[in-house]
Design a protein around this ligand. Structure first.
Ligand SMILES: Cc1cc2nc3c(=O)[nH]c(=O)nc-3n(C[C@H](O)[C@H](O)[C@H](O)COP(=O)(O)O)c2cc1C
Length: 368
């Protein structure tokens, strides 16, 4: 028996629902999370997640098979539910002209600036992969898929989670049948889950986690997981004090050796301060929190009239590649939350056990 299992969590709705020991969810991190990271977190008793945005159904199947070969613990598989991008010549031209000075500076052929970049939203073929491999949990970002697809995911026996950035979104998710609402605060790294508005003014209005969690907890009956800026046991304990049934952590794992964080990305996280990240839409066309860099400063952080998500990434690819050749992070999105300075370079299984143990000790101390 591990030392932490002799102490108990103050609330067990999430752990009971998902069949996990600790109410700690590894944030799905498309492109940066790995199967090895998910295995480590699940082995430690948390919920390992795979960020499958950008993966083909075959790749999703392979990733789940690799996970299953290494552990029989529960797994969460995550997809995006954005509307399919519609190319718009005016917005494309405006984006290409915003990047033209950088193309000139690096002597890059403007023809390299592709106006195309694809990430499939959750669709028929990805749903078939879910039905075939039946992960214990499926989480969605940017809302939910159309009702028939959602019904099939639930019929496959998967618990469904999705993120809300407002009380209205949380209510809608519950009414649509999710089993768990993830309350995503302003502090969070990566894309805002915001799905009820495309108004860029919502970026400045997004609530912080301390205000958001209790208000969502009051509004819905399903368990609520807190996400955003939580990177140590104090944050986990605070999430429970606010009424959450669990915590989802992403940035906290960016320095773990299992993460696919590149060396310049790791360096940026290691040197981050609480104010180093910014909410910006310039990397993908949707607001997201990343470590500020030249692109967010010179072009962003917020640009109106960008091409639809994720098309802006197409024209950035050549610039990113050129800059990265010189170890420059000027055009690369290093997604990270305000908790980045709290991230520790510790293997994810050890980190998860440590976070659980320290949070449990904190609850015991508070109960005295
Ligand atoms: C590097 C990175 C990538 C992310 N990618 C995804 C993703 O693919 N799917 C998703 O639902 N959320 C994604 N998120 C957001 C997380 O789900 C979560 O809201 C966030 O990590 C919580 O805040 P924290 O980073 O401060 O822990 C990502 C976050 C980070 C830091």
């Amino acid at each position: 028996m591990s030392p932490s299992s002799q102490l108990s969590w103050p609330e067990r709705r999430l752990t009971d629902l998902l069949g996990i020991e600790h109410p700690l969810v590894l944030a799905p991190m498309a492109g940066t999370g790995t199967v090895a990271l998910a295995i480590s977190v699940s082995e430690a008793g948390g919920l390992g997640s795979l960020g499958c945005a950008g993966m083909s159904p075959h790749q999703v199947g392979q990733a789940i098979t690799t996970f299953r070969a290494r552990t029989n613990k529960p797994l969460n598989v995550n997809f995006f539910c954005h509307a399919q991008a519609q190319p718009d010549p005016v917005r494309t031209a405006s984006w290409l002209s915003a990047l033209a000075p950088f193309y000139h500076e690096f002597a890059l052929d403007p023809a390299l600036a592709s106006s195309d970049f694809g990430i499939q939203p959750f669709n028929e073929s990805l749903c078939q992969a879910v039905e075939e491999y039946k992960p214990e949990a499926v989480s969605f970002h940017f809302g939910l898929p159309a009702a028939p697809l959602l019904t099939r995911v639930k019929a496959a026996g998967c618990r469904v989670l999705s993120s809300a950035t407002t009380v209205g979104e949380a209510r809608w998710l519950e009414a649509s049948g999710v089993d768990v609402v993830i309350a995503q605060g302003y502090e969070a790294g990566g894309h805002r889950a915001t799905f009820q508005t495309t108004d860029l003014g919502a970026v400045a209005r997004q609530p912080g986690l301390f205000a958001l969690v209790p208000q969502i907890v009051d509004a819905v009956a399903v368990p609520v997981v807190a996400a955003g800026g939580i990177a140590d046991a104090r944050g986990i304990a605070a999430a429970f004090a606010l009424g959450a049934s669990g915590a989802q952590l992403g940035t906290a794992y960016l320095l773990s050796p299992e993460a696919a964080t590149s060396s310049i990305y790791r360096d940026a996280v290691r040197h981050a301060q609480v104010e180093s990240s910014v909410l910006t839409n310039v990397f993908t066309g949707r607001p997201a929190r990343a470590i500020a860099n030249r692109l967010t400063a010179d072009v962003g952080p917020i640009v109106r009239q960008l091409p639809d998500f994720p098309l802006p990434m197409g024209a950035l690819a050549a610039l990113r590649a050129k800059a990265e050749e010189h170890e420059s992070r000027d055009f690369t999105p290093f997604w990270a939350g305000q908790g980045a300075p709290l991230a520790r370079a510790i293997p994810a299984e050890k980190l998860t056990r440590m976070l659980a143990q320290l949070a449990l000790e904190r609850f015991r101390a508070l109960a005295r």
